[in-house]
Design a protein around this ligand. Structure first.
Ligand SMILES: CC(C)(COP(=O)(O)OP(=O)(O)OC[C@H]1O[C@@H](n2cnc3c(N)ncnc32)[C@H](O)[C@@H]1OP(=O)(O)O)[C@@H](O)C(=O)NCCC(=O)NCCS
Length: 169
């Protein structure tokens, strides 16, 4: 399979925050943002693999900044690393200033998707070749994030998580 660049899976979703999508403080409801991120990540994973993809895990979400009613929110998702059948998708959330149009990063998240066949069995995906400095950093750290996710899910023995253990010793 021909390797691909992260930019080939880049998916950008821009939408408003409507009153039905806010919490009692009039900020975007966390579950609504999770759904938007899941949609963008799923398209990115599909663009990379050209297969059916399913969410395997939400590895990390940081709600660093509240997003007020009426904001224009952009969700940017890209495959940061591909393994055998799984792909790590890195998501950046940007909020646009109404007057200047400048975008400020509000949140970020990391999802894992798996490519599957028509019966739901995992299938192989193309590898990723990072290009930019940020893509290289995210690529390098993805293996330990995968190991952490598998350990937390009870699918990997912590003793086998060599890349993750190297962080501590
Ligand atoms: C995700 C799913 C396909 C994995 O199937 P499985 O039988 O566990 O298959 P495997 O153990 O071979 O795992 C497949 C890949 O997923 C990875 N994976 C599985 N669980 C993971 C987790 N919690 N975190 C990170 N990666 C995970 C495995 O490491 C493997 O990666 P690799 O092939 O790149 O090495 C299966 O659990 C599934 O269909 N889950 C439901 C998905 C779904 O419906 N999501 C929507 C939310 S309801």
């Amino acid at each position: 399979m021909t390797p691909k660049h992260p930019s080939e899976s880049l998916t950008t979703l821009t939408d408003l925050v409507l009153p039905s999508e806010t919490n009692p403080l009039n900020n975007l409801f966390g579950g609504e943002l999770l759904a938007r991120m899941d949609r963008a990540a799923s398209i990115a994973a599909r663009r990379h693999s050209r297969r059916i993809v399913v969410t395997a895990s939400v590895n990390h979400v940081a709600f660093n900044r509240a997003i007020p009613l009426g904001s224009v929110v952009t969700v940017e998702a890209k495959v940061s690393r591909a393994f055998k059948s799984s792909m790590e998708i890195y998501i950046d959330i940007w909020v646009e200033d109404r007057e200047s149009g400048n975008k400020t990063k509000a949140n970020e998240a990391i999802y894992t998707f798996v490519a599957v066949d028509d019966t739901g069995r995992p299938v192989e995906v193309p590898q990723i070749v990072p290009e930019t400095e940020l893509e290289k950093q995210r690529f390098d750290a993805a293996l330990r994030r995968k190991q952490l996710s598998l350990v937390l899910a009870g699918k990997m023995n912590p003793h086998d998580a060599t890349e993750l253990k190297a962080l501590f010793f």
